[in-house]
Design a protein around this ligand. Sequence first.
Ligand SMILES: Nc1ncnc2c1ncn2[C@@H]1O[C@H](COP(=O)(O)OP(=O)(O)O)[C@@H](O)[C@H]1O
Ligand SMILES: [Mg+2]
Length: 283
Amino acid sequence: MERDRAQITSERGEGDDGRTTSDRDRQTEASRTDESVIESRDLSVFYGDDQALQGIDMSIPERQVTALIGPSGCGKSTFLRSINRMNDLIDVARVEGELYFHGKNVYDDDVDPVALRRKIGMVFQRPNPFPKSIFDNVAYGLRVQNKDGDVERKVRVALERAALLEEVEDRLEESGLDLSGGQQQRLCIARAIATDPEVILMDEPASALDPVATSQIEDLVEELAREYTVVIVTHNMQQAARISDKTAVFLTGGYLAEFDDTATIFENPESQRVEDYITGKFG
Ligand SMILES: Nc1ncnc2c1ncn2[C@@H]1O[C@H](COP(=O)(O)OP(=O)(O)O)[C@@H](O)[C@H]1O
Ligand SMILES: [Mg+2]
C-alpha cells in the first residue's frame, strides 16, 4: 500500500513503483471484497469545548456504498469531513484519534490535505458548480494538477461516469449554472471523478433535489460503487436501505450506535435504540 501513501504525501499522481490507478483497476477488477480502505480508530472531533464525535471505530469497505444515518446533529457530516480533512477548514474544529486511508494516518504531519482530497473527493448537499462552463467545471481539477494532457477525453469520461454526458455533450461551453439542480449535482460528481479519486464522500447529495433527480442520483451512487468506495450521508432511511451495502447509525451526542450490513441494520439490529430509530420511534 506504499503507492497510496506516496499519493497523499506528495503532489504527484503516481507512487514510487510507477503504477497508476488503471493498473489497480485492472488488477482488482470485479473483485468485490470486504477489504477496508478507510479505518477510524477512537476518532473524536471537538468544536471548541463541544465534543461532536465520541471515539468512533469504523472500517469502511472498498468499492461498496456505506451509508451514515442518524438524527440531525449527531455528527454524520463531522465524521464525513474527518475522512478527507475538510474539518481542517473549520477554525474551531479539533480531531483526536486516527483515521487511516490504506493504513496511513491522514492526520500525520507529512500528509498533504490537498493531495488527500483528490484521492478522497467530496460532493455536498447543495450542488456548487463553479461559474464556468460545463467543460471547465470538470477540467478544473486536471488543470490545477497540470494534468491537462488529454483533457478532452478525461472530461468526457468523467461526465459519462457521472451519467451526464448524454444530456450535455452538445453544450459543453454553456455555464454549469444553467443546468437543472440534478444535472448540477451530477456535474459536481463528474468534477470529483475527474481527478481520479478512490473514495467519494457525499453529504446528503439528493436532499435538495426533486424525486426524479433523486432517483437518478441513487442509481448513479450504486453504479459508482463498481469503481469507487462511496460514503454517503443521508437523513432518508429508505434511501440508505435502497442503495447502501453497509450502514452506520449515529445517535445524538456523536456516538456510533451500530455499524453492519445494511440488511442487518434494517431487519435485525442489535440494539434497541437503533431499532427504535429505524422504526421511527424517535429522531
Ligand atoms: N462548524 C461548526 N462549528 C461548531 N459546531 C459545529 C460545526 N459543525 C457542526 N457543529 C456541531 O457538531 C454537532 C454535529 O454536527 P453535524 O456533524 O453537522 O451533524 P449531522 O450532519 O449529523 O446533522 C452538532 O452539535 C453541530 O451543532
Ligand atoms: Mg449533516
